[in-house]
Design a protein around this ligand. Sequence first.
Ligand SMILES: Nc1nc2c(ncn2[C@@H]2O[C@H](COP(=O)(O)OP(=O)(O)OP(=O)(O)O)[C@@H](O)[C@H]2O)c(=O)[nH]1
Length: 599
Amino acid sequence: MTELSKIRNFSIVAHIDHGKSTLADRLIQMTGTVAERDMQEQLLDSMDIERERGITIKANTVRIEYPAQDGQTYVLNLIDTPGHVDFGYEVSRSMRAVEGSLLVVDASQGVEAQTLANVYQAIEADHEIVPVLNKVDLPAAEPDRVREQIEDVIGIEAHDAVEISAKTGLGIPDVLEAIVQRLPAPKGDRDAPLKAMLVDSYYDAYLGVVVIIRVIDGVIRKGDRIRMMRTGGTYGIDRLGVFKPAMQNIAELGPGEIGFLTASIKQVRDTRVGDTITHEKKQCATPLPGFKPAQPVVFCGLFPVDSSEFEDLRTAIEKLALNDASFSYEMETSAALGFGFRCGFLGLLHLEVIRDRIEREYDIELITTAPSVVYHIYTRDGAMSELHNPADMPDPATIDHIEEPRIKATILVPDEYLGDVLKLCQDRRGIQLDLTYAGSRAMAVYDLPLNEVVFDFYDRLKSVTKGYASFDYQLEGYRQDTLVKMQVLVNDEPVDALSMMVHRDRAETRGRAMCEKLKELIPRHMFKIPIQAAIGGRVIARETLSAMRKDVTAKCYGGDATRKRKLLDKQKAGKKKMRQFGKVEIPQQAFISALKMDE
Ligand SMILES: Nc1nc2c(ncn2[C@@H]2O[C@H](COP(=O)(O)OP(=O)(O)OP(=O)(O)O)[C@@H](O)[C@H]2O)c(=O)[nH]1
């Protein structure tokens, strides 16, 4: 067990690509935590998908032993936090598990929106913050300007920011000294009942669920019986250890220490980030504050393109859910798409990651229906229910009012693109909360409906600002608005998978765009097909797909049998990718394209 005064726990706060992983790797390498030959690029981002997409999804930790200039050896525990807005709650928990942060800012780029969001979490967790200016090797680096910017925009002292190049290794010893000298040692009581925070967990094929913990008070030992205070589960500890970054067993962990345990826990779902771990017998008096069960905010249907792969999809989803407590699912049937699952995600990135993994790791092609947020439906009898799927909307006559989730979005953008950004936010029913300038950049804070953001807001923002804007958001709560369910009818039959919730004022535009798109996507039939968008019983947009004049084979007059054959075969192959809907066949592609509607 390590003495409290010799421990420093910290996280690294940075915007994507500012060099968090490179710096972490350097710290590990420079302290000899791993032998040079074992050094693999970006040790902390362990999953392939993370590496490919260049994002950090799950929190991870490493214990570094550092002989400091004062002659003492310190234990430095780094907790790597997820870098994306979707994982905000997990970031906030990891932050509570450490006492300080390195704020890494790319000296050639400056402060970005995500830097702000994460640094505010660190400030909220009472962290001591050491600013680190990275990439000073780049000719475009302007450390002095960025130092000023940190002081102006974030409002923390930055004159003693450490200048480094994580790439060349310049300044890394200064970072290590700053961690020891400027970050506080943890506090804790060795003799108090055990109180540890569940920081993160993951599934390991050999060990089962591995739980990452931070001990606050007391001592945890191998063989102890523990209780998770929020979920109520009790377990016997099989294995206790630390990450260096490879797993190393250890007999006990005391106050201030960070490590892992395994305890024959079957699924990640049984471990909730933010839960308090104590001894089964001698329990601590109160659990840690701020615990929040994971709450999916974006829902969509996932259906196999090939309906015979439904069981494979079920297996894939069950396996992924075992390892991800924030991903929820239930079976869903759609008249148009057959059997599938309604799934809940923390945000769009989370959705994309899961979808990618199903397609790649399980080789199942998927159809994704329109992502939808969760609405609160208040019926006339005063009851409130959550609506996860527009298809389940109750009879409008019974509804008193509907509330939708709103977010607070922070956008940082160079001045020249500000006009376009403001227009985009306005178009998405945004309410401006704040607009400030820092140097040549503006920071706009908007209250926006989550529904208007989940579709393609981020893509639009990137395209109107040529990629220069950065964006971050957090959920703010629910507000009433005039929301309606828009249905799509093809040949007078409603197609549920295309239903969506829209604001009343925008329904016509959306409806028209949807009908036009479907007219292009649905092939002609032998009869005329009306395509309509409707609210309740009222049609708000309509297109008509005219009938095919003749049999396609008619033009192959008479004799040429092979040609006729070929044409029929081609038609048949095309049909496989269609879904029969009433008398109409709708191609799979239509579901995807019609939902990815640009305005
Ligand atoms: N020139 C230069 N490039 C650097 C430096 N540090 C990191 N980079 C490069 O910047 C890019 C992003 O670095 P990462 O360490 O992956 O950034 P990150 O913040 O961990 O990014 P995420 O994992 O996506 O959050 C990589 O191509 C690095 O090689 C530096 O000091 N100088």
